[in-house]
Design a protein around this ligand. Sequence first.
Ligand SMILES: Cc1ncc(COP(=O)(O)O)c(C=O)c1O
Length: 324
Amino acid sequence: MNTIRKKLSHIPQMPVTLTPTPFHRLDHISRLTGCNIYIKRDDLTGFALSGNKTRKFDFLIAEAINQGCDTLIGIGANQSNFCRIAAGVGAKFGLDVHLVLNGKKPEIPTGNLRVNHILDAKIHHIDTKDSKERMNHALFIKDQLLTEGKKAYFMPPGGSTKTGTYGYALGFEEILSDAEKQHIEIHKIFHASSSAGTQAGLVLGQAITGWTGEIHGISVDTPQNQLVEDVFALASAAGHDIGVTIDKRKIFTDDSYVGEGYGKKTEGCVQAVKLFAKSEGIFLDYVYTGKAAVGLLDYCKTGKVKAGQNIVFLHTGGNIELFE
Ligand SMILES: Cc1ncc(COP(=O)(O)O)c(C=O)c1O
């Protein structure tokens, strides 16, 4: 234990995540599926309404401050969970926050957007679906701030950089420790995957420890082969700096549950959200965790997960979106 923590000990951190997050068995869903389903409650990471992004920020904010930055720039959708955490972290550490959000400016800000308003983030609505256009706008803001004597720390979607990746390497260690405390051996981990940072961190943790189980990233948008490449690139970059090599064959992704695209509700996802809420009192969301849960339930139903196996569903948060 602590192998990963030791390996990362030289990488600066300023943790906002309250760890360990809870880990427990889902009795009803286990009965229903015939598998032992456990849940890692990263919907309860304890900062700015929680979710997976706080773990990335445990490292990102330290890098921003060590580089002498006074401003954070984040990009994402109007309901971006990542941008909400960026707004919260910036406020806590005294940095300005600019968020470049694609989609029209809504008349009434709801969900994550409302939280960003409370946190006084400076919001730039870019009404485009073109991610390049959004990126260019964000870089323009960065240059503009430079001319005003400010120094901005720019983050790509989801905060999925090499530095952000270390967050879920530690998260992985926490999951192994949770399992040890409950005297169980985990066979597979399932979670929602998109900008690859969460999965890359888990995969890095796996490579450091030599854990023999499988990590399955259920894609919510990216084609599965592309997602493997993204996870591999990020995990390898993060691994390179700490002397760890990543085996691409151990990266599992599945885009079967995306439906019509990012943020588009599927019938299965609506049902999964209801099932978790009604049987376990746990709220998922329709964009990320609901789709990941559909994947998990389907793998159990079709025997891709064997009866009696111990499975961890990593709840990555995002349920603020229910109040959109
Ligand atoms: C709630 C939630 N779950 C999962 C993900 C996917 O994480 P990643 O982008 O690191 O793949 C995100 C990313 O935005 C998210 O907000």
